[in-house]
Design a protein. Structure first.
Length: 419
């Protein structure tokens, strides 16, 4: 009977999905077979619960396979997964990106490799990850330029899953983007755990804006460059200049805001205040009037009063946010916030629902404003593409997948434009 290629299941963020593609390449090169690899997320306690649930389901579906658990939850709670009878191996976030890990796994016919291979990720200093040319859709590629985080927000376990911040040198990034453009990609997205900290560990401590400007200058054939979630307080002068002067940098920024109340922001150990967020959005919109913002906001953080929550709700309008990622707070064991006075669960759910409703109203307003306008749309499938602001557009007739088409917006649904 022929050996089966490994089955991968990814939970959590875009970076995890990127690293799954790296593991897919490495396991193929190593000749690993008859394995199931679960790449976990640790951002909330609920994410860990879902990982355990998924592992049990995958074991039932693949009874004879070697089941390997990796990712942030495996890094932060290796014992939890090692104790599960369904699990054969637990691999840390550093180990999963090493080809030799998978080579040893493939050769381990008699089970001599250790069940748990998880080192102290805070001691890792090497450059972030494995380079994947072309992860994503046929139209859009994602390039990991940074990993880890040096900050210690009181609600966040991620630094203990990802380690301290490490950057990919600019020259390496430029060469990868050139290869992607040569392969026909029309859009590249720069990704990382804490993207605006890129460069701090490199010689001369360049900033993210330096990388953006260098990419646009040295890869003139790249039609569209997009940056993923940023910390607005760390936006540097060159990044703001790129927003103002570079039409190939897409007018869409996802902001790690988390809250709209100054006291809660301090208790979160964030490095910005409410007015900083508003000032950034106002300045970015002045420089690029067509820019659209997304944002992460947590509802029900410990000690959050109704008045404090009201400041978050008002921030949606004050910053002109459109695409909201709303997270109902859940305590994460091992973080300072888990030891703070907690908000009642029903109140958390109610506040999260009110934030989502505010976000839906902003989306509806944004969609209405686009009707009648001309947009350049990158086609992700024959019927769906995205504008420069990352708004989905649905077409009645097939369009060439991967191409940028110009079209007039004729209407909208609750969440998409039509053309």
């Amino acid at each position: 009977m022929d050996a089966k290629a490994p089955v991968f299941h990814t939970l959590g963020c875009r970076l995890n999905a990127y690293e799954t593609e790296a593991m897919r390449e490495m396991t193929a090169a190593a000749g690993l077979s008859d394995a199931v690899v679960v790449n976990t997320c640790a951002v909330t306690a609920e994410a860990v619960r879902k990982a355990r649930q998924e592992i049990r389901k995958l074991r039932r579906q693949h009874p004879g396979a070697t089941l390997i658990v990796t990712g942030c939850a495996a890094q932060t709670e290796p014992g939890t997964f090692a104790a599960m009878p369904e699990v054969d191996r637990v691999i840390g976030n550093t180990e999963k990106m090493r080809p030799e890990t998978w080579t040893a796994m493939a050769a381990d016919f008699i089970g001599e490799t250790e069940k748990v291979q998880v080192d102290d990720i805070l001691s890792v200093t090497e450059t972030a990850g494995h380079l994947i040319d072309g992860f994503g859709t046929r139209s859009r590629a994602y390039v990991q330029v940074q990993n880890g985080c040096d900050h210690r927000c009181t609600f966040c376990i991620i630094p203990y899953g990802r380690g301290n911040s490490r950057s990919v040198p600019a020259g390496v990034v430029v060469e990868q983007v050139k290869r992607l453009v040569d392969r026909g990609y029309n859009e590249v997205v720069l990704t990382g755990v804490d993207l605006t900290s890129w460069g701090a560990d490199l010689p001369g401590a360049p900033r993210l804006g330096d990388l953006v400007m260098r990419l646009l200058r040295l890869v003139p054939d790249l039609p569209r460059l997009r940056i993923s979630s940023i910390d607005s307080i760390e936006a540097d002068e060159n990044l703001m200049q790129a927003i103002a002067t570079e039409p190939r940098l897409m007018p869409h920024l996802h902001l790690s805001l988390q809250h709209g109340d100054d006291l809660i922001l301090k208790r979160m150990k964030r490095r910005h205040l409410r007015d900083d967020a508003i000032a950034f959005c106002e300045e970015a919109r002045r420089l690029r009037p067509d820019i659209v913002f997304g944002a992460d906001i947590i509802a029900g953080f410990p000690t959050e009063t109704e008045a404090a929550f009201g400041n978050s709700l008002k921030l949606v309008e004050d910053c002109g946010l459109t695409w909201l990622h709303v997270f109902p707070y859940s305590p994460r064991q091992g973080t300072p916030a888990a030891r703070m006075p907690q908000v009642d669960g029903a109140a958390i759910r109610d506040r999260a629902a009110r934030l989502r409703a505010a976000g839906e109203a902003r989306v509806a307003a944004h969609l209405s404003e686009q009707v009648g306008r001309i947009h350049h749309i990158l086609m992700e499938s024959p019927h769906m593409g995205r504008t420069a602001q990352f708004t989905e557009v649905v077409f009645g007739e097939d369009q060439p997948e991967g191409r940028i088409v110009t079209a007039r917006i004729t209407g909208h649904t609750a969440s998409q434009l039509t053309a």
